[in-house]
Structure formats: C-alpha cells, structure tokens
Design a protein around this ligand. Sequence first.
Ligand SMILES: [Fe+2]
Ligand SMILES: [Fe+2]
Length: 476
Amino acid sequence: MTDSSMYKSYQGLPELAGLCSMERAVESEWSLEQSVGRLKRLHYILRRVHEILTAKITAEPIYELKTAFSYHAYLCAEQVSLIRRRVGEMREPPLGLDKVPDSALQRLMDEIEAAPTTAELLVSVYHFLLDEILSSCRRLQADAHPLADAPTVRVARLIGFELGDLAEFGQRAIAQLVDEANHDAMADWIDHLRQCLAAAGGLDGTKPVMNAMPPRWQESVSTCYQKEPARDERFQDPYNAGVNPEAFLYDESFDSQDKTLMMYYKRLREIDVPEMMASILVDLREEEPWDFHMEMSRQLWDEARHAMMGEVGFVSVGIDWTQIPINFTWSRNLNLQLDARQRHGVLFFIEQGLMPRTGKRYEWEVATESGDPLSKLFQDFDWADEVLHAQIGRRWYVPRHQSLQKSLDYGSECWSQVLSHWREYREQGLTDHRNWWPELYQQACEKWGKTPDPRSMAFCTTYEGSRADLERIDPK
Ligand SMILES: [Fe+2]
Ligand SMILES: [Fe+2]
C-alpha cells in the first residue's frame, strides 16, 4: 500500500482541483445511498420549514416578522430546489421526494408547525431547528466524498451559507421578543422537540435512535391556517380606502415629484400581496408541483421587498409612514371571499395589467422625471420584478385556461366579484375613510422645501366605486 500523504502533485500545485488532499480522497467511507438518504431528510425538513413560515405570513401581525418569514420561506424554497436537483442526478427516478423519510421527523415538524405562540415558533425554528440543520450541513460537507460526491458537498456548503441569514435574524429577533422567563417556560417544549429528534436518530439520521417517538405535546391541537390578515399596532385604520393613489398617479396633470409619494404608498401597501399569496400556496399545497411553489415563493418574497421599498422611500423623505393608513382590505377580501384559483386569477390579471406602457414602465418614467433617485431605483427593479411575475403567471396560471384572453377575463371577473364593502365599513364604524393625502403631501412639501401645488393639495378621489385598475365596481 502506498502512502497517500507522500503523493506529490506537479510543482506543488493543489492536487485534485483543490477539492481535498490525496489523503482524504483515498478514504472510501461513503456511498451514493448515504448521500441521497441525508439529502432527502434535509429536503423534508426544509420543505416543511418553507410551508410553516409561508402559512404564518398572513396572520402574523408584526410587519418585520411578516417580511422576514417571506424572505426565509423563499430561501428555504431555493435550498429545497437545490437538493431536488442533486437527488435527481443520483440514479433516483422515481425520486421519492414527496415521501416522508422518517415518521419521527414528521412528528418533530408537526410539533413545530403547532407551536403555541410566536415565541415558541421563533425559538423552535430559528434556534433549535436551524442549529440542527446547519450542523447536518457541516456533517454532510465533511462526510461526503469530496471528489466522487463533490456536487453534494457544494450543495451542503451553499445551504449552510444561505441559511446563515436565518440564523442571524433569528438570534436578533429572539433576543428582542423572547425574555429569560419566556425561555425558561418553554424548556419542556424544547426538550420535547429534542425527544422527537432523538427518536429519529438526529436530523440527518447519523445518530443512534435513542428513544421511542414521544406522544403529541397537545393531543387536539389545531394547526389550521388563518387566512384573515393581521397587522401590528402601527397599522392604523386599515379599512381606510379614502384615497385612490392610482387616480392621482395616472392623472397627467399632477407633478411627478408629488407622485413619488403615491408610489411609495403603493409599494408599502403591497404587504397585502404576500398576505394573499400565502393563502394560495397553503391551499394548493397538495395540488401543485414543487416548481409552482418555488416560483410563487420567489414572487411572494419580491412583493414583500416591494413593500419594504415603500417603507424605505418614506424614511428617505423623512416621513413617519405609520401615520398613513395602510389598507389591508384587498388581501382580506380576496382571502375571505374567493378560492385559491380565483385569487390566483385576480393576481394574474392585475400583474398582466402592469405590463403595458401605462403600468410599470410609466411608474419608472414618472420616478425618473421626479428627480428622486431612490424612487427611480426602486421603480426600475420593481418593473423588472413585475415582468418576472407576469412570466410566472403565464407559466402556472394561463395554461389552465383556453387562451390568454380567457385567463384574463376569468381574473377580471373574479376581481369584480369581490365586494369592497366600502360603505359598509364606514357604516360599521370600522373607518371613516379619512382623506390622509393633504396632510402627508403638506409634510413632504416641507421636507422638499417646496410650495404645495393647490391642485395636488385638493386631491380627494376615494376608492368608493372603483377598483385599483380604475374599473368601476359596485361599492357594497
Ligand atoms: Fe409588486
Ligand atoms: Fe408582482
């Protein structure tokens, strides 16, 4: 037997393309079966985390968590796709990726899904589970043969790298939201999760099975998805539809700088899109293939980014956005009044409507003309994202209909079915549809150091009787 440590590469260059040493490469403790087995377990866990976070977006009131869940669900989806591709390269068809790899892992994820409070959810996902995921990735990276199974090593490294964002966010969020007493109170719950993991032989199955599967934490626990959106206390007067920003934006006679405010508002209001899209993903979980969920998750995350771009826009002008009513009745009404296919139809119809000259290009042109470089930058990328979303819709929604036109007609029809309840909300005392625009505009003019345009100041078009695309509706 030769001594591999004595092996010399040409002129001392790193051997084996820098993958590993010759000493490591001659080790033969690995197999394709082990590689696939570990990847499938990771795949199952990440897919469940993706589903769990997605399902929390709508009813989670805290905006910072809503947007973070949107991002993290998307990041998990990317890792799921990465693993699926790698497993597909390893003589696997049928891939068996929809099978539960271990019933104890399923129990673990069912328990996390049923986390009784947000604090428990944060600690179990971001602290407990993520630690296990990251150490499984490190172990896979170390154990997989660095030459023969180099693509898996790469996948494990990439997952570890990308999920680092979740770990960092989780640590900071837990430090703010979960106090010491709270931590102590959930020690038994975390111990229970540990028991589930021990019954599975660890997340990646590399440890001996230590105990039998523990009973459910709570027998009759409901993990029902809550489709009614919730917002934190900074979102005041969310039923307010007293200002119609589209009517202002598409009126050529108003100044483009003034319009940037309406665009920042429209962006921030887009937090209702993740709230609505999450309900499509939850309802179609079993009906649509993984790639649908992957692409829709990307779109959902883009919409959360658009909302944050609006938030940043207001901060850049020096305006406290919490004084502006950020309406939530679009996501609320769609989630409560339409089924998932209908909601998808409305989404597609709206996004397709953003493609002509009067849509996203127009917003970018207005932003360019306004002299606000941040608005221009945001609209530039917002436009690009919306082109992508229209393509996603053409891939996943249009083929369900006979033609593009028929799919558009269906979307428009579904949108018209949605009752806006404009007057009812006022009668019920939920809002007085206060016109918040003049106050906001006045403040912005002070920041900009410009004299308010009396015509802009007097703008008072509401949503009574019209949809956001300016089509007339019955304002019930
Ligand atoms: Fe958007
Ligand atoms: Fe979009």
